[in-house]
Design a protein around this ligand. Structure first.
Ligand code: SF4
Ligand SMILES: [Zn+2]
Length: 317
């Protein structure tokens, strides 16, 4: 990769590109859904995801758009359990639950600690609870919460990329070594973890995006991560759109996501999923889009390589 240009990225630069947040209600999650996910035992089971409404994350990562559905202030005690209770009533039958909060579950300003006992009681019928956290917020608090809940706890951590300079420019305020230490802390306490890995963050060509997503998968599994989700990077948060205008970012292609997913599955080091949310945005061809989405979903579920899609749109990038 040639020298990475410096557009002067800082918290201020990132924040200045933002538009207004969406209106959210602290009594309701801003989204919820149920999807099938392959579990560690190889079964395909219903997994609910609740996107909690809470205070904005204190980090300001360059590629993040999760702030759009957050509040400026900490939500009142009891609001988060109320959201969980409400959403679980809409999502009967789930065995596994992702409590994603647009930040870090263990950030006390996002999820008040006094809510933990009520949350524990609400999730007691489940087998697994997955929460997300910035790696630097992994500490004894995770053990406190783990000891309080009946289901198995898994923590999802954003690795993003192991490209040192790009990771620094993402303003995540974390190094790969920080990530490794957090995964080891969790493993030492019998808590499993999953990693979020970006496909084609800014400052990378399509080929470099694939290469570094694959190196990030290698690294994540070496640290002891159990499962990785590959996320294609998208514009839409202001900062990424400015980088696009500067020619420093372009969204990856769906074909690249297929390639990275194939690579990760072939590693046989743990589960690897492709994030297919709004995946149509990464396609340049209506002819094969649906087939490619189905192929990604199938590979997510089977963890086997499905037949490649043949289409005239494929050319060497
Ligand atoms: S730590 Fe996560 S939620 Fe917070 S800004 Fe970064 S990517 Fe967004
Ligand atoms: Zn096509």
């Amino acid at each position: 990769m040639s020298k990475i240009p410096d557009p002067g990225i800082s918290d201020r630069w990132i924040l200045s590109g933002r538009e207004k947040k969406n209106a959210v209600d602290p009594r309701r999650p801003y989204a919820w859904n149920m999807e099938k996910e392959r579990t560690t035992t190889g079964k395909i089971e219903e997994t609910a995801t609740i996107f909690l409404t809470n205070r904005e994350c204190t980090f300001h990562c360059l590629m993040c758009d999760l702030w759009k559905n957050t509040t400026d202030e900490t939500v009142p005690a009891g609001a988060i359990p109320g959201q969980i209770e409400w959403a679980l009533n809409q999502l009967p039958g789930a065995k596994h639950l992702k409590l994603y909060n647009s930040g870090s579950f263990f950030d006390g300003k996002a999820v008040p600690e006094e809510d933990y006992p009520q949350i524990a009681s609400l999730v007691s019928h489940l087998e697994t609870v997955i929460v997300e956290s910035h790696p630097r917020l992994i500490n004894e608090k995770c053990l406190y919460f783990r000891d309080m809940i009946k289901p198995e706890l898994q923590v999802a951590l954003g690795l993003e990329t192991v490209h040192r300079e790009v990771l620094r420019k993402l303003n995540k305020r974390m190094t790969a070594e920080d990530f490794l230490n957090s995964v080891q802390f969790l493993s030492d306490h019998d808590i499993s973890s999953r990693a979020f890995i970006l496909l084609r963050p800014p400052f990378m060509s399509e080929t470099e995006g694939i290469y570094w997503a694959e190196r990030s998968l290698d690294f994540a599994f070496k640290t002891g991560i159990e499962c990785c989700t590959v996320i294609p990077v998208r514009p839409g948060n202001g900062a990424m759109d400015r980088l696009m205008e500067l020619g420093l970012f372009a969204p990856p292609r769906i074909l690249s996501l297929e390639k990275v997913l194939e690579y990760g599955i072939k590693l046989k080091a743990g589960r690897v999923f492709a994030d297919v949310w709004d995946i149509g945005k990464f396609s340049i061809c209506n002819e094969c889009l649906e087939k490619r989405i189905n192929r990604l979903i199938e590979m997510n579920l089977t963890q086997e390589i499905s037949e490649p899609i043949v289409c005239g749109c494929v050319r060497v990038s």
